[in-house]
Ligand binder design. Structure first.
Ligand code: NAP
Length: 255
């Protein structure tokens, strides 16, 4: 098996994915915009590249058999993916892309960019695999904890979530990356669908913070689609790690 390049290797998903691939004995090249952190002695290569400009990309993709594209930012995921595909084309690697359940149902600007990136990859002529998952536990916890300066935590009224543990997504991606291109594969959802406010309350309880949770009805087509559950995959509730287990592990790691 040849080298696997992981874009976004320093991110919430990229970190456990690199760890999983290394544990599997794969040859990994981690990509980031920054140099390798001091003290990082993991047995992987490191490539510094910037998807917004393309700087460093040619070297990052050189001689790789597979690319798992986890890099993201809110602004220009489509353009970044176009640059990655263009740089990768000559070597024809297997391109594995992580996307989000409901990108074709929820007209949220970030999801539109992910859908366009999926379409770019499908039309690229490169062998590809696309996995869509629901939100990661980390994201829901972060949204609640980010509101620490407010007297109450706001949560979108009428919206449910089905978050999944990022380690389970990383494990699935690692398998997909080490197997033949499979096109669009089955969606992955977390084990429980619950109201947004319930996740906010659980997060506050886990960190011992007392705040009321106030549901707020958000306007617009995107939030209507979220209320309709366009981002959920109840028939694909394959994740096993509950939000409470995630919170308990998070607290253990931070103490
Ligand atoms: N979070 C969720 O709930 C969720 C759910 C389903 C799917 N996903 C998808 O999973 C993927 C990973 O999400 P995440 O939560 O792990 O993201 P994240 O923690 O925000 O990490 C983003 C990564 O992208 C890299 N990056 C950002 N801009 C870059 C640029 N211009 N050039 C090169 N690298 C760049 C960052 O690396 P450096 O800063 O080191 O350069 C970082 O490692 C995304 O595609 C996301 O849409 C996320």
């Amino acid at each position: 098996m040849g080298t696997i390049l992981v874009t976004g290797a320093t991110g919430t998903l990229g970190r456990p994915l690199v760890a999983r691939l290394l544990a599997d004995g794969a040859a990994v090249r981690a990509m980031s915009r920054r140099p390798r952190p001091a003290g990082d002695d993991r047995a992987c290569d490191w490539a510094v590249a910037e998807l917004a400009s393309g700087a460093g990309l040619a070297d990052a993709v050189a001689d790789v058999e597979t690319i798992v594209h986890c890099a993201t930012n809110l602004r220009d995921d489509t353009a970044a993916t176009r640059r990655l595909v263009a740089a990768a084309r000559a070597g024809a690697p297997h391109l594995v892309y992580i996307s989000i359940v409901g990108v074709d149902r929820v007209p949220y600007f970030y999801y539109r960019g992910k859908l366009a990136a999926e379409q770019l990859i499908e039309a690229s002529g490169l062998p590809f695999t696309i996995l869509r998952t629901t939100q990661f536990h980390d994201l829901l916890a972060r949204v609640t904890l980010a509101q620490r300066w407010l007297p109450a935590v706001l949560s979108p009224a009428g919206v449910r979530f089905q978050p999944i543990d990022v380690t389970e997504v990383a494990a699935r991606l690692a398998v997909l990356a080490q197997n033949a291109p499979a096109g669009r594969v089955a969606d992955m959802g977390g084990p429980q669908v619950r109201d947004a406010a319930a996740f906010a309350r659980a997060t506050l309880a886990a960190v011992g913070r007392r705040r009321p949770v106030v549901p707020v009805r958000l306007p617009g087509a995107a939030f209507r689609a979220f209320r309709d559950g366009g981002h959920l995959a109840p028939d694909q509730a394959v994740g096993t790690v509950t939000f409470e287990r995630y919170l308990a592990r998070r607290q253990e790691n931070s103490s």
